[in-house]
Write a protein that binds this ligand. Structure first.
Ligand code: SF4
Length: 317
């Protein structure tokens, strides 16, 4: 069966070995974040709908999961915002009832958490990974470029309410953009919000692949450490690098090798790798991140976009 809505399993920095379930087509989202690695949002909306056929997703899950693959999580994620799918609760219930051995995670931008129905729909996941990059409306608009009705203040209130009744774990991600949301005033607001939300972990992240906007650059490790200290005594950590161990499924080693072989022949863009390898954007994105972090490849900006090439090509020049 050719899967349209499942991708991976991929090795994720936050989730280990994770099977992705993509609930919206590329790229339906309630935000158009300046740091998004998936490119610009072409359908900016906060309308919940059956963006992809629910029965098709259930059929794919029922085809893939009965073989009992080794997974740390099944994760609602993808190149867009999964909570925009109106049947997310039905799909979560299906997984929890038929495949209870797998913990279920949801990566969300938090945009709909102010909505009572949305919080009800998310209650069955085991691990919620919401984002909160800003608390002031000004910085929220600058970084996340949300659908116009969305307000940072309502999102914070929604996260506070949700955590009070949620039985699972919540790991809140903050994406740092130097000079924008790491100023004294914004960090103070973020810390106050996190003190009220009480997430089980605060995960500090920064850019490691090109974002949508060129002006967004990675924050230094030193700055991230400073922010982690600032959040004390709240449980903050910097998101670790992806590790591909020998025990990772053979499929991951093969796909990584195929990408390296492809790039060895000639430098490629992410889109070309996706097309040639027939892989999901999130899968390719994670592989590229791993290869860059481990200095196997580097990225080079050309007129036609960002190209990935083998590192020693550059060194030999
Ligand atoms: S980073 Fe996430 S929330 Fe932001 S635009 Fe991309 S998919 Fe949407």
């Amino acid at each position: 069966m050719k899967y349209q809505h499942l991708f991976g399993p991929v090795l994720s920095r936050r989730l280990g070995l994770s099977l992705g379930v993509d609930l919206v087509p590329y790229k339906v989202c309630s935000y158009d974040c300046v740091y998004c690695e998936a490119g610009s949002t072409n359908n900016l909306t906060n309308v919940r709908s059956e963006y992809v056929n629910t029965e098709d997703i259930l059929t794919e899950l029922d085809h893939y999961l009965p073989s009992q693959p080794k997974l740390d999580y099944i994760t609602f994620s993808g190149a867009g915002e999964p909570t925009l799918h109106k049947d997310i609760a039905k799909i979560a219930k299906h997984i929890k009832e038929k495949y209870p051995q797998y913990p279920l995670a949801l990566i969300t931008n938090s945009s709909l958490v102010f909505d009572d129905q949305m919080r009800e729909d998310m209650k069955d996941v085991d691990l919620l990974l919401p984002s909160l990059d800003a608390v002031s409306e000004e910085v929220f608009k600058k970084i996340n470029r949300p659908y116009n009705a969305l307000k940072a203040s309502e999102i914070v209130e929604g996260l506070v309410k949700f955590k009070q009744s949620f039985k699972g774990q919540m790991h809140l991600e903050i994406f740092i953009i130097e000079g924008v949301n790491d100023t004294e005033s914004e960090l103070k607001l973020l810390k106050e919000a996190c003190t009220r939300i009480q997430p089980d972990k605060i995960q500090i992240n920064t850019l490691d692949r090109p974002g949508t906007e060129e002006w967004v650059v990675a924050s230094s490790r030193e700055n991230l450490e400073r922010i982690k200290e600032y959040f004390k005594p709240l449980p903050a950590e910097i998101i670790a690098k992806i590790k591909v161990t020998k025990e990772a499924p053979a499929q991951i080693h093969t796909e990584l090798e195929d990408i390296v072989n492809l790039i060895k022949r000639r430098p490629c863009t992410q889109d070309e790798i996706i097309r040639v390898m027939n892989l999901h954007i999130n899968t390719v994105s994670k592989y590229l991140r791993f290869l860059i972090e481990n200095s196997y490849i580097l990225e080079k900006k050309e007129k036609r976009g960002i190209f990935y090439q083998i590192k020693n090509l550059e060194e030999d020049e």
